[in-house]
Design a protein around this ligand. Structure first.
Ligand code: HEC
Ligand code: HEC
Ligand code: HEC
Ligand code: HEC
Length: 187
């Protein structure tokens, strides 16, 4: 085979056609990857490792699963980022869970969760604090501006006062709201 032919313009197909084919393959590949990642982001996927933990029941018992509006917020809505690049990076961090799943004795038992709840909760909170609770703000878009009529007076006031501060002095959602989906442990 004449390797140099690979680097020469193709005789049979014009460069333009090759570029178009390349772009199509790229787009198909991108969506295939997204689909695979998406399949790994359902509650069922999360609960495959956390199957003996009360996490899903807790969500269902909270305002995020048991409200009158019939909305059940999914694990990934809160715990995984929305942008594709950030999403991939978090996935890779989450893959440390695979190691933990294999290495931590009795991980998938309620006793383990009860015992380690505080430490795990604070690890989870780190993510929310790292991006100013972006996942919360993705749904709750009218906390600081254009607030709904019905928002409690006290809530409105707290939110407004927070928003008046310089951005670096503001609190983030989870500073004030812990335990919105799982009971936040006292100690
Ligand atoms: C491969 C098994 C596995 C899967 C799948 C899995 N987890 Fe976990 N998860 C773990 C283990 C193990 C830990 C404890 C990790 C540690 O402390 O090292 C953990 C800890 C956590 C924590 C607390 C610690 C932290 O770093 O935030 C959260 C939140 C979490 N998982 C959410 C999820 C969500 C959401 C999904 C679905 C997108 C999911 N998990 C899927 C095994 C898994
Ligand atoms: C997928 C959308 C979605 C996401 C993500 C989300 N929420 Fe909510 N949240 C809701 C809905 C829907 C309700 C119920 C509204 C109602 O009762 O009418 C709610 C209710 C609430 C309430 C009032 C009920 C209560 O538990 O006191 C608070 C506070 C709250 N959310 C905070 C948060 C915080 C903090 C986060 C991020 C950790 C978050 N939410 C993430 C949709 C979401
Ligand atoms: C400085 C503390 C503080 C911050 C920061 C904060 N909240 Fe609140 N929020 C409160 C208080 C206090 C209430 C009223 C008490 C309650 O209902 O829990 C409240 C109430 C709410 C309610 C219920 C409103 C109602 O009328 O029932 C929602 C939803 C909510 N907050 C979401 C958020 C979200 C999302 C963020 C981040 C964008 C956020 N809050 C940031 C203190 C805060
Ligand atoms: C409405 C947003 C929301 C939803 C939905 C949600 N979580 Fe969480 N999760 C949080 C927050 C916020 C924390 C940090 C601790 C706290 O405030 O309670 C947390 C903490 C955790 C922890 C650490 C241990 C603990 O109890 O604090 C695990 C594990 C976890 N979540 C897994 C899940 C799984 C699995 C699902 C889906 C069945 C899920 N979460 C759904 C917001 C959410």
């Amino acid at each position: 085979m004449n390797w140099r032919a690979l680097f020469k313009p193709s005789a049979k197909y014009s460069i333009i056609v090759l570029i178009i084919v390349g772009v199509i393959l790229g787009v198909v590949g991108y969506f295939a990857t997204q689909q695979t990642l998406h399949a790994t982001s359902t509650d069922a996927f999360c609960m495959s490792c956390h199957s003996n933990h009360s996490l899903k029941d807790e969500v269902l018992a909270s305002a995020h699963g048991g409200g009158n509006a019939g909305v059940t917020v999914q694990c990934q809505d809160c715990h995984l980022p929305h942008g594709p690049v950030d999403y991939l990076i978090k996935k890779i961090i989450v893959s440390k869970d695979l190691y933990g799943f294999i290495m931590i004795d009795d991980f998938n038992t309620q006793a383990w969760l009860d015992e380690n709840r505080k430490e795990q909760a604070d690890l989870a909170l780190k993510y929310f604090k790292s991006n100013d609770s972006a996942n919360c703000r993705h749904c709750h878009t009218r906390i600081y501006e254009n607030q709904p009529e019905g928002m409690k007076k006290m809530a409105k006031k707290m939110h407004e006062n927070n928003f008046k501060k310089a951005p670096e002095d503001r609190k983030t959602c989870v500073d004030c709201h812990k335990g919105v989906a799982h009971p936040y442990p006292k100690k």
